[in-house]
Design a protein around this ligand. Sequence first.
Ligand code: AMP
Length: 394
Amino acid sequence: MNKKTIEDIQVSGKRVLVRVDFNVPLDENGVITDDNRIRAALPTIKYLVEHQAKVILCSHLGRPKGEFNMKYSLKPCVERLSQLLGQPVGLACDVIGDCAKKMAAELQDGQVMMIENVRFHKEEEKNDPEFAKALASLAEIYVNDAFGTAHRAHASTAGVAAYLPAVAGFLIGKELDFMGGALENPQRPFVAVLGGAKVKDKLGVITNLLDKVDTLLIGGGMSYTFQKAKGGQIGNSLVDNDRLQFCLDMMELAAKKGVKLLLPVDNEATQEFANDAMRITVHSNEIPEGWEGMDIGPKTQELFAAEIRGAKTVIWNGPMGVFEFPNFAVGTQAIAKAMSEVDGITIIGGGDSAAAVEQLGFADKMSHISTGGGASLEFLEGKELPGVACLMDK
Ligand code: AMP
């Protein structure tokens, strides 16, 4: 990475504002159902504690829409963090108010506190300079370790860097090293697997990856638009009729660049969008009228798995079917399993694919599971992330 990290700056005795991504899922009782994002921030927080910094954490949680709303308080995150860290973590009752200022001023070396949800102020998402300045005034150094929001130019993710020396934390460093390494200097064969609902969301990713990969596997809801563009019958499957030409262009471009672009050869189809609906296995270009593709079929699972297993670098983003229905999670599971068998670098681009890999117990078999779905997609598009661009160059 070409950005300075916390190891490149003297932190001891300094007040350090750390943007983390504690936007964790909570159940209806406000209990954290998955604390991965908190765990992912631990290396940076522990490093700062061990190096006697005064650590002031900030994050968003949910969408409080610019108002103080205790439903979105970071209290559950602070409690979990303090258990994981094995030391007390204080929570200020405001964001940039007297309470936060007083706590920050009184913080001792090696202590950790958190200010309240930065999205309690509408200025956060507007990247308001006064709000960013107020955040900056709490500290002497800024560390961004919130990869999940690094694609947003908000006050706490980017704006604040204009007022303080700004460096990356270990999580951002790790995310960029894995994904950047794969994109810039991959071990080959380099295979990308794309799925998910919409072609529209992956336009930039497909275009960018065609310059980098040896093989591109396209499954999930987006594959039916490709099939239709090729003249296939897709019945009632998901389709984006405005992107048929795009799909044709991409297939042509892949052929020109010598990239193997593979689509499903068979699909599981139903007449009803339900887990227990009667299903048939059909050729991907012969889905009958009234039937909808719900998952990749067994031949496609084998075809895709063989490509994945033979790879030295694999990046995967997006499920192969309607994986929320267990009966149609089989294709997505097959991809996760094949990735777990790769002798090389395996990267999961966050979101649904990360959830699938965790659920199936393959998480520890992957080289890297990104903590940011949106951020990793933008990174795969080749875009510079504002939360990274704002940090000091090495
Ligand atoms: P994305 O947010 O683009 O990653 O898409 C994830 C969503 O795509 C999941 O909710 C899946 O249920 C959905 N999806 C994947 N394949 C299909 C399909 N064949 N038909 C309908 N939805 C699908």
